[in-house]
Write a protein that binds this ligand. Structure first.
Ligand SMILES: Cc1cc2nc3c(=O)[nH]c(=O)nc-3n(C[C@H](O)[C@H](O)[C@H](O)COP(=O)(O)OP(=O)(O)OC[C@H]3O[C@@H](n4cnc5c(N)ncnc54)[C@H](O)[C@@H]3O)c2cc1C
Length: 434
Protein backbone atom coordinates (compact mmCIF):
# COMPACT_ATOMS: atom_id res chain seq x y z
CA UNK A 1 0.00 0.00 0.00
CA UNK A 2 1.15 3.55 -0.75
CA UNK A 3 2.96 5.49 1.91
CA UNK A 4 1.86 9.04 2.71
CA UNK A 5 3.95 11.72 4.31
CA UNK A 6 2.74 14.82 6.16
CA UNK A 7 4.59 17.52 8.01
CA UNK A 8 2.06 17.30 10.85
CA UNK A 9 -0.15 14.37 11.77
CA UNK A 10 -2.82 14.44 14.46
CA UNK A 11 -3.81 10.94 15.51
CA UNK A 12 -7.41 10.98 16.75
CA UNK A 13 -10.30 13.02 15.37
CA UNK A 14 -12.10 14.21 18.49
CA UNK A 15 -12.41 17.49 20.33
CA UNK A 16 -8.68 18.17 20.76
CA UNK A 17 -7.96 17.30 17.11
CA UNK A 18 -10.63 19.70 15.86
CA UNK A 19 -9.44 22.62 17.98
CA UNK A 20 -5.83 21.84 17.00
CA UNK A 21 -6.81 21.98 13.31
CA UNK A 22 -8.43 25.39 13.81
CA UNK A 23 -5.29 26.68 15.54
CA UNK A 24 -3.05 25.27 12.78
CA UNK A 25 -5.19 27.11 10.23
CA UNK A 26 -4.98 30.31 12.29
CA UNK A 27 -1.21 30.07 12.60
CA UNK A 28 -0.84 29.10 8.93
CA UNK A 29 -0.45 25.68 7.33
CA UNK A 30 0.11 25.04 3.67
CA UNK A 31 -2.22 22.67 1.80
CA UNK A 32 -1.10 19.08 2.28
CA UNK A 33 0.95 19.75 5.40
CA UNK A 34 -1.57 18.60 8.02
CA UNK A 35 -3.54 15.36 8.31
CA UNK A 36 -6.00 14.18 10.94
CA UNK A 37 -6.31 10.41 11.14
CA UNK A 38 -9.45 9.26 12.92
CA UNK A 39 -11.10 5.97 13.69
CA UNK A 40 -14.47 7.75 13.56
CA UNK A 41 -16.31 8.25 10.27
CA UNK A 42 -17.13 11.93 10.85
CA UNK A 43 -15.20 15.19 11.20
CA UNK A 44 -14.38 16.34 14.77
CA UNK A 45 -17.44 17.22 16.84
CA UNK A 46 -18.29 18.40 20.33
CA UNK A 47 -18.40 15.07 22.17
CA UNK A 48 -20.41 16.29 25.22
CA UNK A 49 -23.52 16.61 23.00
CA UNK A 50 -23.74 12.80 22.78
CA UNK A 51 -25.06 12.35 26.31
CA UNK A 52 -27.29 15.42 26.16
CA UNK A 53 -29.20 16.87 23.17
CA UNK A 54 -28.23 14.00 20.84
CA UNK A 55 -30.60 11.73 22.75
CA UNK A 56 -33.55 14.11 23.05
CA UNK A 57 -36.89 12.79 21.76
CA UNK A 58 -37.58 16.11 20.06
CA UNK A 59 -35.25 18.69 18.55
CA UNK A 60 -32.31 16.32 18.89
CA UNK A 61 -28.84 17.60 18.00
CA UNK A 62 -27.48 16.02 14.84
CA UNK A 63 -24.38 16.53 12.73
CA UNK A 64 -23.44 18.80 11.10
CA UNK A 65 -24.98 20.91 13.88
CA UNK A 66 -22.36 20.24 16.53
CA UNK A 67 -19.06 19.95 14.76
CA UNK A 68 -16.27 21.76 16.58
CA UNK A 69 -15.84 24.61 17.45
CA UNK A 70 -19.49 25.53 18.22
CA UNK A 71 -19.28 24.26 21.79
CA UNK A 72 -17.13 27.20 22.78
CA UNK A 73 -19.02 29.72 20.67
CA UNK A 74 -16.63 29.46 17.72
CA UNK A 75 -16.92 28.79 14.02
CA UNK A 76 -18.40 25.39 13.05
CA UNK A 77 -15.81 23.42 11.09
CA UNK A 78 -17.73 21.44 8.50
CA UNK A 79 -15.95 18.75 6.47
CA UNK A 80 -15.63 21.31 3.62
CA UNK A 81 -13.62 23.60 5.88
CA UNK A 82 -10.82 21.02 6.06
CA UNK A 83 -10.87 20.64 2.27
CA UNK A 84 -10.69 24.42 1.79
CA UNK A 85 -7.73 24.66 4.12
CA UNK A 86 -5.94 21.74 2.46
CA UNK A 87 -6.12 19.72 5.70
CA UNK A 88 -6.51 16.04 4.99
CA UNK A 89 -9.22 14.36 7.06
CA UNK A 90 -8.46 10.65 6.94
CA UNK A 91 -11.59 9.14 8.48
CA UNK A 92 -12.66 5.57 9.39
CA UNK A 93 -8.97 4.80 9.76
CA UNK A 94 -7.69 3.20 12.93
CA UNK A 95 -3.99 3.35 13.61
CA UNK A 96 -2.91 0.00 14.99
CA UNK A 97 0.83 0.51 15.17
CA UNK A 98 2.92 3.57 15.99
CA UNK A 99 6.68 3.54 15.76
CA UNK A 100 7.87 6.81 17.20
CA UNK A 101 11.55 6.09 16.43
CA UNK A 102 10.94 5.85 12.67
CA UNK A 103 8.03 8.37 12.73
CA UNK A 104 5.67 5.85 11.18
CA UNK A 105 2.01 5.00 11.76
CA UNK A 106 0.27 1.96 10.31
CA UNK A 107 -3.49 1.67 9.91
CA UNK A 108 -5.67 -1.41 10.38
CA UNK A 109 -6.02 -1.60 6.58
CA UNK A 110 -2.22 -1.60 6.22
CA UNK A 111 -1.68 2.02 5.08
CA UNK A 112 1.56 3.71 6.18
CA UNK A 113 1.73 7.32 7.31
CA UNK A 114 4.97 9.18 7.95
CA UNK A 115 5.18 12.46 9.80
CA UNK A 116 7.67 15.09 10.92
CA UNK A 117 5.63 16.12 13.95
CA UNK A 118 3.01 13.97 15.66
CA UNK A 119 0.19 15.17 17.90
CA UNK A 120 -1.39 12.38 19.92
CA UNK A 121 -5.09 13.09 20.54
CA UNK A 122 -6.53 9.60 20.96
CA UNK A 123 -8.72 10.50 23.95
CA UNK A 124 -10.19 7.81 26.18
CA UNK A 125 -12.05 4.55 25.81
CA UNK A 126 -14.78 3.36 28.13
CA UNK A 127 -14.18 0.80 30.82
CA UNK A 128 -16.39 -2.20 30.08
CA UNK A 129 -17.91 -4.58 32.60
CA UNK A 130 -16.71 -7.46 30.43
CA UNK A 131 -13.14 -6.23 31.18
CA UNK A 132 -13.74 -7.47 34.73
CA UNK A 133 -15.44 -10.67 33.62
CA UNK A 134 -18.89 -9.62 34.91
CA UNK A 135 -21.20 -12.52 34.07
CA UNK A 136 -23.47 -11.92 31.07
CA UNK A 137 -21.95 -8.49 30.35
CA UNK A 138 -21.81 -9.15 26.61
CA UNK A 139 -25.61 -9.55 26.29
CA UNK A 140 -27.34 -7.46 23.62
CA UNK A 141 -28.72 -4.05 24.67
CA UNK A 142 -25.96 -3.35 27.19
CA UNK A 143 -24.51 -0.04 26.01
CA UNK A 144 -21.57 2.27 26.61
CA UNK A 145 -21.19 5.80 25.30
CA UNK A 146 -18.03 7.34 23.88
CA UNK A 147 -18.44 7.89 20.17
CA UNK A 148 -21.22 8.90 17.81
CA UNK A 149 -21.77 5.28 16.72
CA UNK A 150 -22.50 4.38 20.35
CA UNK A 151 -25.00 7.27 20.56
CA UNK A 152 -26.71 6.07 17.36
CA UNK A 153 -27.17 2.63 18.91
CA UNK A 154 -28.83 4.28 21.92
CA UNK A 155 -31.14 6.29 19.67
CA UNK A 156 -32.20 3.04 17.96
CA UNK A 157 -32.85 1.11 21.16
CA UNK A 158 -34.79 4.00 22.71
CA UNK A 159 -37.16 3.72 19.73
CA UNK A 160 -37.23 -0.07 19.81
CA UNK A 161 -37.95 -0.38 23.55
CA UNK A 162 -40.56 2.36 23.85
CA UNK A 163 -41.68 2.85 27.48
CA UNK A 164 -39.25 0.11 28.52
CA UNK A 165 -37.08 -0.28 31.60
CA UNK A 166 -33.55 1.11 31.71
CA UNK A 167 -30.92 0.35 34.31
CA UNK A 168 -28.06 2.83 34.43
CA UNK A 169 -24.92 1.38 35.97
CA UNK A 170 -22.72 4.15 37.39
CA UNK A 171 -23.41 7.43 39.15
CA UNK A 172 -20.82 9.69 37.53
CA UNK A 173 -21.62 12.50 35.11
CA UNK A 174 -22.29 10.13 32.21
CA UNK A 175 -24.67 8.08 34.40
CA UNK A 176 -26.47 11.21 35.59
CA UNK A 177 -26.79 12.75 32.14
CA UNK A 178 -27.96 9.48 30.58
CA UNK A 179 -30.38 8.84 33.44
CA UNK A 180 -31.96 12.20 32.63
CA UNK A 181 -32.10 11.74 28.84
CA UNK A 182 -33.60 8.25 29.22
CA UNK A 183 -36.28 9.65 31.54
CA UNK A 184 -36.99 12.47 29.08
CA UNK A 185 -37.57 9.68 26.54
CA UNK A 186 -40.27 8.36 28.84
CA UNK A 187 -38.38 5.24 29.84
CA UNK A 188 -38.53 3.84 33.34
CA UNK A 189 -35.11 4.55 34.86
CA UNK A 190 -33.22 2.96 37.75
CA UNK A 191 -29.69 4.09 38.56
CA UNK A 192 -27.29 1.82 40.47
CA UNK A 193 -23.95 2.80 41.97
CA UNK A 194 -21.77 1.57 44.81
CA UNK A 195 -20.85 4.91 46.38
CA UNK A 196 -22.86 6.62 49.15
CA UNK A 197 -23.81 9.41 46.74
CA UNK A 198 -23.65 10.36 43.06
CA UNK A 199 -20.58 12.00 41.44
CA UNK A 200 -18.47 11.21 44.51
CA UNK A 201 -15.30 12.37 42.78
CA UNK A 202 -16.63 15.92 42.80
CA UNK A 203 -19.87 16.32 44.71
CA UNK A 204 -19.99 16.77 48.46
CA UNK A 205 -22.80 14.96 50.31
CA UNK A 206 -24.76 18.27 50.39
CA UNK A 207 -24.49 18.83 46.65
CA UNK A 208 -25.35 15.21 45.85
CA UNK A 209 -28.41 15.28 48.12
CA UNK A 210 -30.00 17.94 45.90
CA UNK A 211 -29.34 16.11 42.62
CA UNK A 212 -30.50 12.76 43.99
CA UNK A 213 -33.64 14.40 45.38
CA UNK A 214 -34.28 16.13 42.06
CA UNK A 215 -33.88 12.86 40.14
CA UNK A 216 -36.20 11.09 42.56
CA UNK A 217 -38.82 13.81 41.98
CA UNK A 218 -38.48 13.17 38.25
CA UNK A 219 -39.34 9.52 38.93
CA UNK A 220 -35.84 8.05 38.71
CA UNK A 221 -35.15 5.35 41.27
CA UNK A 222 -31.66 5.32 42.77
CA UNK A 223 -30.08 2.25 44.35
CA UNK A 224 -26.82 3.01 46.16
CA UNK A 225 -24.18 0.95 47.91
CA UNK A 226 -24.23 -2.01 45.55
CA UNK A 227 -23.00 -3.04 42.11
CA UNK A 228 -24.15 -5.07 39.13
CA UNK A 229 -22.58 -8.52 39.33
CA UNK A 230 -24.32 -10.23 36.43
CA UNK A 231 -26.92 -10.01 33.67
CA UNK A 232 -29.58 -12.43 32.42
CA UNK A 233 -30.51 -12.53 28.76
CA UNK A 234 -33.58 -13.86 26.93
CA UNK A 235 -33.61 -16.40 24.09
CA UNK A 236 -32.54 -13.67 21.62
CA UNK A 237 -29.53 -12.84 23.73
CA UNK A 238 -31.07 -9.51 24.81
CA UNK A 239 -30.55 -8.41 28.37
CA UNK A 240 -33.61 -8.91 30.55
CA UNK A 241 -32.33 -8.55 34.12
CA UNK A 242 -29.52 -7.02 36.14
CA UNK A 243 -28.33 -8.97 39.16
CA UNK A 244 -27.04 -6.85 42.03
CA UNK A 245 -24.47 -7.84 44.63
CA UNK A 246 -26.98 -7.31 47.42
CA UNK A 247 -29.17 -10.04 45.90
CA UNK A 248 -31.75 -7.83 44.22
CA UNK A 249 -32.64 -8.51 40.57
CA UNK A 250 -33.85 -5.64 38.37
CA UNK A 251 -35.85 -6.12 35.16
CA UNK A 252 -34.19 -4.36 32.25
CA UNK A 253 -34.81 -3.86 28.53
CA UNK A 254 -31.80 -1.59 28.21
CA UNK A 255 -28.67 -1.25 30.35
CA UNK A 256 -26.36 1.72 30.00
CA UNK A 257 -23.00 1.51 31.72
CA UNK A 258 -20.98 4.59 32.66
CA UNK A 259 -18.23 3.46 34.98
CA UNK A 260 -15.37 5.58 33.71
CA UNK A 261 -12.78 5.70 30.99
CA UNK A 262 -9.12 5.15 30.47
CA UNK A 263 -6.77 7.13 28.26
CA UNK A 264 -5.87 5.46 24.96
CA UNK A 265 -2.11 5.25 25.26
CA UNK A 266 -1.47 1.58 24.39
CA UNK A 267 -0.09 2.37 20.91
CA UNK A 268 2.77 4.27 22.51
CA UNK A 269 3.54 2.01 25.50
CA UNK A 270 7.25 1.67 26.17
CA UNK A 271 8.09 4.39 23.64
CA UNK A 272 7.19 7.50 25.59
CA UNK A 273 7.32 8.46 29.25
CA UNK A 274 4.04 8.08 31.12
CA UNK A 275 2.79 9.46 34.42
CA UNK A 276 -0.47 9.05 36.32
CA UNK A 277 -1.86 6.84 33.58
CA UNK A 278 -1.29 9.37 30.80
CA UNK A 279 1.46 10.50 28.46
CA UNK A 280 3.77 12.84 30.35
CA UNK A 281 4.17 16.28 28.80
CA UNK A 282 5.65 19.64 29.68
CA UNK A 283 3.68 22.89 29.78
CA UNK A 284 3.77 22.98 25.97
CA UNK A 285 2.39 19.43 25.61
CA UNK A 286 5.73 18.11 24.35
CA UNK A 287 6.31 14.49 25.34
CA UNK A 288 9.62 12.81 26.22
CA UNK A 289 10.05 11.94 22.51
CA UNK A 290 11.25 14.75 20.21
CA UNK A 291 8.58 16.02 17.78
CA UNK A 292 5.78 14.18 19.59
CA UNK A 293 3.06 16.09 21.43
CA UNK A 294 0.09 14.76 23.43
CA UNK A 295 -3.13 16.73 24.08
CA UNK A 296 -6.59 16.29 25.59
CA UNK A 297 -7.53 13.31 27.75
CA UNK A 298 -4.24 11.43 27.18
CA UNK A 299 -1.87 14.13 28.47
CA UNK A 300 -0.50 14.30 32.02
CA UNK A 301 0.77 17.86 32.20
CA UNK A 302 2.10 20.31 34.79
CA UNK A 303 -0.83 22.06 36.44
CA UNK A 304 0.98 25.26 37.38
CA UNK A 305 -1.77 26.48 39.68
CA UNK A 306 -1.48 23.43 41.95
CA UNK A 307 2.21 22.72 41.34
CA UNK A 308 1.34 19.17 40.40
CA UNK A 309 1.13 16.83 37.40
CA UNK A 310 -2.49 16.19 36.38
CA UNK A 311 -4.56 14.51 33.71
CA UNK A 312 -7.91 16.13 32.93
CA UNK A 313 -10.72 14.33 31.10
CA UNK A 314 -12.86 17.32 30.26
CA UNK A 315 -13.72 19.17 27.13
CA UNK A 316 -12.41 22.63 28.10
CA UNK A 317 -8.90 21.25 28.64
CA UNK A 318 -9.10 19.25 25.38
CA UNK A 319 -9.75 22.53 23.55
CA UNK A 320 -7.16 24.62 25.36
CA UNK A 321 -4.38 22.02 25.38
CA UNK A 322 -4.83 21.65 21.61
CA UNK A 323 -4.41 25.38 21.08
CA UNK A 324 -1.40 25.52 23.38
CA UNK A 325 0.38 22.61 21.63
CA UNK A 326 -0.12 24.09 18.17
CA UNK A 327 1.06 27.52 19.33
CA UNK A 328 4.15 25.81 20.78
CA UNK A 329 4.80 23.85 17.56
CA UNK A 330 4.48 26.90 15.34
CA UNK A 331 6.32 29.10 17.86
CA UNK A 332 9.34 26.81 17.96
CA UNK A 333 9.48 26.77 14.15
CA UNK A 334 9.52 30.55 14.13
CA UNK A 335 11.92 30.85 17.07
CA UNK A 336 9.22 32.51 19.20
CA UNK A 337 8.59 31.51 22.79
CA UNK A 338 5.15 31.26 24.31
CA UNK A 339 3.99 31.10 27.92
CA UNK A 340 3.69 27.78 29.70
CA UNK A 341 0.16 26.33 30.00
CA UNK A 342 -1.50 27.77 33.07
CA UNK A 343 -4.78 25.95 33.31
CA UNK A 344 -7.67 26.52 35.69
CA UNK A 345 -9.68 23.27 35.72
CA UNK A 346 -13.24 23.78 34.54
CA UNK A 347 -15.96 21.11 34.36
CA UNK A 348 -19.65 21.39 33.73
CA UNK A 349 -22.68 19.23 33.27
CA UNK A 350 -26.31 19.68 32.26
CA UNK A 351 -29.34 17.49 32.78
CA UNK A 352 -33.08 18.18 32.83
CA UNK A 353 -33.15 21.94 33.48
CA UNK A 354 -30.15 21.78 35.77
CA UNK A 355 -26.74 23.14 34.90
CA UNK A 356 -23.63 23.37 37.06
CA UNK A 357 -20.10 24.60 36.68
CA UNK A 358 -17.01 23.85 38.73
CA UNK A 359 -13.63 25.58 38.73
CA UNK A 360 -10.39 24.75 40.51
CA UNK A 361 -9.63 21.86 42.81
CA UNK A 362 -11.97 19.89 45.07
CA UNK A 363 -9.66 19.29 48.02
CA UNK A 364 -9.77 20.37 51.67
CA UNK A 365 -12.71 21.59 53.74
CA UNK A 366 -15.99 22.45 52.10
CA UNK A 367 -18.49 25.22 52.68
CA UNK A 368 -21.98 24.84 51.24
CA UNK A 369 -24.03 27.93 50.44
CA UNK A 370 -27.32 28.96 48.89
CA UNK A 371 -30.76 27.49 48.45
CA UNK A 372 -30.96 23.81 47.56
CA UNK A 373 -34.54 23.33 48.67
CA UNK A 374 -36.21 21.01 46.16
CA UNK A 375 -39.46 22.92 46.67
CA UNK A 376 -37.91 26.26 45.70
CA UNK A 377 -38.94 27.69 42.37
CA UNK A 378 -35.34 28.58 41.52
CA UNK A 379 -32.81 26.69 43.60
CA UNK A 380 -29.34 28.20 43.41
CA UNK A 381 -26.52 26.85 45.52
CA UNK A 382 -22.90 25.90 45.51
CA UNK A 383 -19.83 24.96 47.42
CA UNK A 384 -16.35 26.30 48.08
CA UNK A 385 -13.34 24.08 48.76
CA UNK A 386 -10.79 25.52 51.19
CA UNK A 387 -7.21 24.33 51.60
CA UNK A 388 -4.55 25.96 53.79
CA UNK A 389 -6.97 28.80 54.50
CA UNK A 390 -7.47 29.60 50.80
CA UNK A 391 -10.39 28.93 48.49
CA UNK A 392 -9.13 26.51 45.84
CA UNK A 393 -12.37 25.36 44.22
CA UNK A 394 -15.90 26.62 43.60
CA UNK A 395 -19.10 24.97 42.37
CA UNK A 396 -22.34 26.64 41.35
CA UNK A 397 -25.70 25.28 40.22
CA UNK A 398 -27.88 27.54 38.07
CA UNK A 399 -25.32 30.35 37.81
CA UNK A 400 -25.73 33.21 35.39
CA UNK A 401 -22.74 33.88 33.09
CA UNK A 402 -21.60 36.68 35.46
CA UNK A 403 -21.92 34.43 38.52
CA UNK A 404 -19.99 31.64 36.85
CA UNK A 405 -17.31 34.14 35.91
CA UNK A 406 -17.13 35.23 39.55
CA UNK A 407 -16.61 31.70 40.88
CA UNK A 408 -13.96 31.08 38.20
CA UNK A 409 -12.15 34.19 39.38
CA UNK A 410 -12.24 33.04 43.01
CA UNK A 411 -10.82 29.64 42.09
CA UNK A 412 -8.06 31.28 40.06
CA UNK A 413 -7.11 33.94 42.65
CA UNK A 414 -7.40 31.62 45.69
CA UNK A 415 -8.27 34.32 48.26
CA UNK A 416 -7.71 33.71 51.96
CA UNK A 417 -10.79 33.13 54.11
CA UNK A 418 -10.86 33.68 57.83
CA UNK A 419 -14.28 32.51 58.86
CA UNK A 420 -16.00 29.55 57.22
CA UNK A 421 -19.36 30.20 58.91
CA UNK A 422 -19.33 33.71 57.53
CA UNK A 423 -18.41 32.35 54.08
CA UNK A 424 -21.40 30.01 54.18
CA UNK A 425 -23.63 32.97 55.05
CA UNK A 426 -22.41 35.32 52.33
CA UNK A 427 -22.07 32.51 49.77
CA UNK A 428 -21.92 33.76 46.20
CA UNK A 429 -21.55 37.40 47.31
CA UNK A 430 -18.03 36.52 48.48
CA UNK A 431 -17.09 35.65 44.91
CA UNK A 432 -18.55 38.90 43.59
CA UNK A 433 -16.53 40.97 46.05
CA UNK A 434 -13.17 39.54 44.96
C1 LIG B 1 -20.73 11.19 26.24
C2 LIG B 1 -19.72 12.16 26.76
C3 LIG B 1 -20.15 13.34 27.36
C4 LIG B 1 -19.22 14.25 27.86
N1 LIG B 1 -19.69 15.39 28.46
C5 LIG B 1 -18.80 16.27 28.98
C6 LIG B 1 -19.26 17.45 29.63
O1 LIG B 1 -20.46 17.68 29.75
N2 LIG B 1 -18.34 18.32 30.12
C7 LIG B 1 -16.99 18.09 30.01
O2 LIG B 1 -16.19 18.91 30.49
N3 LIG B 1 -16.53 16.98 29.39
C8 LIG B 1 -17.39 16.06 28.88
N4 LIG B 1 -16.93 14.91 28.27
C9 LIG B 1 -15.49 14.70 28.14
C10 LIG B 1 -14.92 15.31 26.88
O3 LIG B 1 -15.76 15.06 25.80
C11 LIG B 1 -13.53 14.75 26.62
O4 LIG B 1 -12.69 15.14 27.69
C12 LIG B 1 -12.96 15.26 25.30
O5 LIG B 1 -13.72 14.78 24.22
C13 LIG B 1 -11.51 14.82 25.15
O6 LIG B 1 -11.04 15.20 23.90
P1 LIG B 1 -9.93 14.33 23.14
O7 LIG B 1 -9.75 14.94 21.81
O8 LIG B 1 -8.77 14.13 24.04
O9 LIG B 1 -10.59 12.89 22.96
P2 LIG B 1 -11.86 12.49 22.10
O10 LIG B 1 -12.76 13.63 21.88
O11 LIG B 1 -12.40 11.26 22.73
O12 LIG B 1 -11.24 12.10 20.69
C14 LIG B 1 -10.39 11.00 20.51
C15 LIG B 1 -10.44 10.59 19.05
O13 LIG B 1 -9.38 9.69 18.76
C16 LIG B 1 -9.86 8.63 17.96
N5 LIG B 1 -8.93 7.51 18.11
C17 LIG B 1 -8.60 6.86 19.24
N6 LIG B 1 -7.70 5.90 18.98
C18 LIG B 1 -7.44 5.97 17.66
C19 LIG B 1 -6.60 5.23 16.80
N7 LIG B 1 -5.81 4.24 17.24
N8 LIG B 1 -6.58 5.54 15.48
C20 LIG B 1 -7.36 6.55 15.00
N9 LIG B 1 -8.18 7.29 15.79
C21 LIG B 1 -8.22 6.99 17.10
C22 LIG B 1 -11.25 8.40 18.51
O14 LIG B 1 -12.01 7.64 17.61
C23 LIG B 1 -11.72 9.84 18.66
O15 LIG B 1 -12.17 10.34 17.43
C24 LIG B 1 -17.84 13.98 27.76
C25 LIG B 1 -17.40 12.78 27.17
C26 LIG B 1 -18.33 11.87 26.68
C27 LIG B 1 -17.86 10.58 26.06
Amino acid sequence: MAEKHFKYVIIGGGVAAGYAAREFAKQGVKPGELAIISKEAVAPYERPALSKAYLFPEGAARLPGFHVCVGSGGERLLPEWYTEKGIELILSTEIVKADLASKTLISAAGATFKYDILVIATGSSVIKLSDFGVQGADAKNIFYLREIDDADKLVEVIKAKKDGKVVIVGGGYIGLELGATMKINNLDVIMVYPEPWCMPRLFTADLAAFYEGYYAKKGIKIIKGTVAVGFDADANGEVKAVKLKDGRVLDADIVVVGVGGRPLTTLFKGQVEEEKGGIKTDGFFKTSVPDVYAIGDVATFPMKLFNDMRRVEHVDHARKSAEQAVKAIKGSEEGKSIDEYDYLPYFYSRSFDLSWQFYGDNVGDTVFFGDSDLESTQPKFGSYWIKDGKIVGAFLEAGTPEENKAIAKVARLQPLVQNLDELAKVGLTFAFNI
